[in-house]
Ligand binder design. Structure first.
Ligand code: COA
Length: 336
């Protein structure tokens, strides 16, 4: 049995913050942000937690598939900004959705959260352990951004997407192959200093601003360029695909320069690379499902298309997935 995506939707908070908003507050410029990252604007939630961002996408995905929350067997929430450290955001989302027959859990793989959880979900489905998994992947990065730190605050946004994973009706369509990697040596370059069991919250951690994203940009940049390009090329090569065979590269949206380097290594032209970093920034676990959902809504992916999804993020975690799209075109009422 092969698992596949049978429904997809995304959601972002309504409020948009453009680069000028930052330039008015900290020592940065629209020009620096655009040219160094590709970002023009991003969405930040003004209230609620990550489950509030994901809930509309979860409801839309179930509606699209024509099933109710009671039909969901398992919920995975991929995030590094859970509503609370415990209980799992999967439980909170289950309650908000009314998916009372579902069990579930959270998965923390940062920017690779969608890829890690897509493979976890597909293996649960392929083993026959569950009939379906509602995979909700996204982050409320504004909750852990230091808005006084120009090197990190301008990079991120809030948002996420949800997919339903079920057995594929056609063994030649669905999740075909994956490469997932991890290197914990990357922890020093990208982490949140306090708030966990190692360094619990205290007056000192708050005063020292330790509850925010800490990133050594250049070190992460170098590792990301190599990591993402390597696995994206490798998955194509070991499946005997050429750039002509691949319909779309759907990369994690951390920096346009990392995306360009990955596409170049694969020999892909720009028209085959999904980019929306200009509108959303880096939504961490949200980037890839948002990209996929937009492509679907725009009817730009066709049944049978080969898609390469690839990511790099904190951990380090990184990877690529080869997907052969199995859904029919979005109905006209869903086209945006
Ligand atoms: N506005 C203006 N100047 C800024 C700035 C900002 N928002 N942020 C940093 N700078 C400055 C730096 O202070 C530095 O100044 P200096 O030369 O006087 O010291 C200069 O710009 C260059 O900084 P640097 O960090 O070398 O820039 P960069 O080209 O590496 O770009 C990132 C920074 C963060 C955009 C880039 O490193 C990156 O994308 N890293 C990877 C992110 C990633 O993939 N994360 C993984 C997933 S979360």
């Amino acid at each position: 049995m092969r698992a596949t995506i049978t429904a997809i939707a995304h959601s972002v908070p309504p409020t948009v913050y453009d680069n000028h908003w930052f330039a008015e507050r900290i020592d940065t410029t629209d020009e620096w942000i655009r040219t160094r990252t590709g970002i023009i604007e991003r969405h930040f939630a003004t209230e609620g937690g990550v489950t509030d961002i994901l809930l509309p996408a979860a409801e839309a995905a179930l509606k699209q598939r024509g099933i109710t929350p009671l039909d969901v067997d398992c919920i995975i929430v991929a995030t590094v900004t859970p509503d609370r450290i415990f209980p799992a955001s999967a439980a909170i989302l289950q309650h908000k959705l009314g998916a009372t027959n579902a069990w579930g859990f959270d998965l923390a793989a940062a920017c690779s959260g969608f890829l890690y959880s897509l493979i976890t979900a597909s293996k649960l489905v392929e083993s026959g352990a569950v009939r379906n998994v509602l995979l909700c992947s996204g982050d409320k990065m504004s909750a852990i951004l230091d808005f006084d730190d120009r090197a990190t605050s301008v990079l991120f946004g809030d948002g996420g997407g949800c997919v339903l994973i079920e057995p594929s009706a056609d063994d030649n369509l669905g999740i075909m192959d994956f490469i997932l990697r991890m290197d914990g040596a990357g922890e020093v370059h990208l982490h949140q200093k306090a708030g966990g069991s190692l360094r619990p919250p205290s007056l000192e951690t708050v005063t020292n601003r330790e509850h925010y994203v800490y990133q050594e940009g250049q070190a992460v940049f170098k590792a990301a360029v190599k990591g993402m390009a390597d696995v994206s090329y490798e998955i194509m090569e070991r499946n005997h695909l050429t750039a002509d065979d691949v319909a779309w590269l759907i990369p994690h949206q951390a920096n346009l320069r990392i995306i360009d380097a990955t596409a170049e290594r694969m020999g892909l032209s720009k028209e085959k690379v999904m980019v929306n970093i200009d509108r959303y920034g880096n939504t961490t676990a949200g980037t890839i499902p948002i990209c996929l959902s937009e492509l679907y809504q725009q009817r730009k992916i066709k049944k049978g298309d080969y898609l390469v999804l690839s990511s790099f993020g904190a951990g380090y975690t990184w990877g690529s997935i080869l997907l052969r799209w199995s859904m029919e075109d979005a109905p006209m009422e869903e086209v945006s």
